[in-house]
Design a protein around this ligand. Sequence first.
Ligand SMILES: NC(=O)C[C@H](N)C(=O)O
Length: 333
Amino acid sequence: MKKILMIGTGGTIASEMTPEGLTPELNTHQLLAYLPRIAQLCHVDCIQLYSLDSTSIHPTHWLGTAQAIREHYDDYDGFVISHGTDTMAYTAAALSYLVQDSPKPIILTGAQKPIWFDGTDSKRNLTDAFLYACRGCGGVQIVFNGRVILGTRARKTYSKSFRAFSSVNYPDLAVVQDEHLLQYIRCESRPRPLFYDRLDPHVGLLKLIPGTEDALAEFMLDRYDGLIIESFGVGGLPEYDGGHLYDVVRRGVERGKIVVMTTQVPNEGSDLTVYHVGGHLKSTLRLLEAYDMTTEAAVAKLMWIMGQTREFSEVERLFYQPVAQDILRFGDE
Ligand SMILES: NC(=O)C[C@H](N)C(=O)O
């Protein structure tokens, strides 16, 4: 029988009702008590690492989770992490950089309704997660609503429905139907995992709106080591006010700040070379472009890279080097 380590972090799945709304109170043993079926699938040990609404997850919790996996890696065949859905895609991305090339499944799951709720999705998601941890591919993945999504490609796209997650610019890896696993994408065989234990949390995200003032970008570039700018369409910077925003970004880049351009459009990614508002930027400044990466993955990858180096050419090399299929398209190259 396979041995699986369950790591509890909180979320709706583990929540109880209070006068001010749901809050995580159930531990991993209490969750498993609702699902006697899991004991027939595998042997489970539990760690209750956090009890947080995932709104309150911080990069230090990603490091703590990666550390727990590292400490117990050799003792288990797979890992199931129960987690709130709101920031699960960020945690999945962060773990994909902190634990690379894992031959063992590292599965995140959670639910939109608590486990005691009539018609909850908790029981299906947790059972599917254990099933996939026993029989599925290695690496960091989200199992939710019967779908298996790569950790670097997940995004929460529904705030209430059970189909909470989508795989962005990448197909679902597998589906789980009535405890049958249909693996669409073949597992890559990997030798040993590579663990990292540093992140630079000083990464900011600026979502542009028509009329964004350059003072906001200036403030963020003062405050952060890395800035991800979610622009419009295939990407670019507004040229109003005589292109002040461009000058602010140029001064930031000249001071050694790492700037990544991406898009707020959910699908298909960026291509700065298409329009002058992007092409001018790309051809004159040493900045990076996220292409088909999710913003969640771009944020986590930049924190992971900047935990290792600040030297631009090394940051650039690492950013464009695919990790867990996080980036596949390089514009016209
Ligand atoms: N469905 C959920 O888990 C939402 C909850 N607020 C969380 O992310 O912890």
